[in-house]
Ligand binder design. Structure first.
Ligand SMILES: Nc1ncnc2c1ncn2[C@@H]1O[C@H](COP(=O)(O)OP(=O)(O)OP(=O)(O)O)[C@@H](O)[C@H]1O
Ligand SMILES: [Mg+2]
Length: 225
């Protein structure tokens, strides 16, 4: 079982949106996915409720309702029961002390950030915490402008790249809120759209990062010896 976690300082950067997209792409690829929503605003849970209302079959991704202080126990349970391939953890805005222990359990942490001075100035707080956790992480540039204001993106990517890996660039696209309103992802809502293409590309990166971190279960041979 692997854990993909989001981390952010600013609100509204697109973390819940990316959590939905990455989780559903993993599930579409055959993985058994569980979402964990640590944000009291519960955007991910509300979207999941819209998505699964009236569903006949057990949904994949599933949703694990848990308080932050119970999460490590829930993760241990999911691991012990071998019922889950990927846990996707969405977080509240800003740096909370309780997040450090959870970050330490993550395989990969994604930090969404918009290409604005306000967002960039807020980054050190969260990057410090992620680095203290010592886990693999990457930035995603989100809600990046299209058209004439594209310079903001051209300038932002190298700044992020000096600090760490850049997993991808996601533009400002109406497909994300439109899909979210009906409990879908942009990838499902407009499979041939630009947002879907960006998400497929991002999932290729994130999936590859997760595979690098894959820890094989102890072999039977070792257990016998
Ligand atoms: N790339 C994008 N293009 C256009 N709209 C987006 C994009 N990403 C997110 N949004 C919209 O911006 C709003 C905030 O996104 P989201 O809820 O994913 O951010 P968040 O970081 O989880 O916010 P919060 O801090 O409230 O948890 C939502 O309405 C979402 O639909
Ligand atoms: Mg959110």
């Amino acid at each position: 079982m692997q854990i993909l976690m989001f981390a952010k300082q600013k609100g509204g950067v697109g973390a819940s949106t990316l959590a939905r997209e990455m989780g559903t792409l993993a599930a579409a690829g055959g993985e058994r996915v569980v979402f964990v929503d640590l944000d009291p605003q519960a955007s991910l849970s509300k979207w999941w409720n819209r998505r699964t209302a009236g569903a006949a079959d057990p949904p994949n991704p599933a949703l694990a309702a848990t308080r932050p202080d119970q999460l490590l126990g829930v993760l241990n349970h999911l691991r012990a029961t071998d019922s889950t391939d990927l846990v996707v953890i969405d977080v509240p805005p800003s740096v909370h002390g309780f997040l450090l222990g959870i970050m330490q359990a993550a395989d990969v942490i994604i930090i969404p950030v918009r290409p604005t001075a306000d967002d960039f100035e807020a980054l050190p707080d969260i990057v410090d915490m992620v680095e203290r956790a010592g886990r693999r992480y990457a930035f995603v540039l989100t809600q990046a402008p299209t058209g004439r204001r594209i310079r903001a993106v051209e300038e932002a990517v190298p700044i992020l790249a000096r600090q760490g890996r850049v997993a991808g660039v996601v533009r400002f696209r109406g497909a994300f809120p439109a899909a979210g309103a009906v409990g879908r992802t942009a990838t499902e809502y407009e499979p041939n759209g630009k947002a879907a293409a960006e998400m497929t590309e991002l999932w290729a990166y994130v999936g590859a990062e997760l595979r690098k971190m894959h820890r094989p279960p102890p072999s039977n041979l070792a257990a016998v010896v």
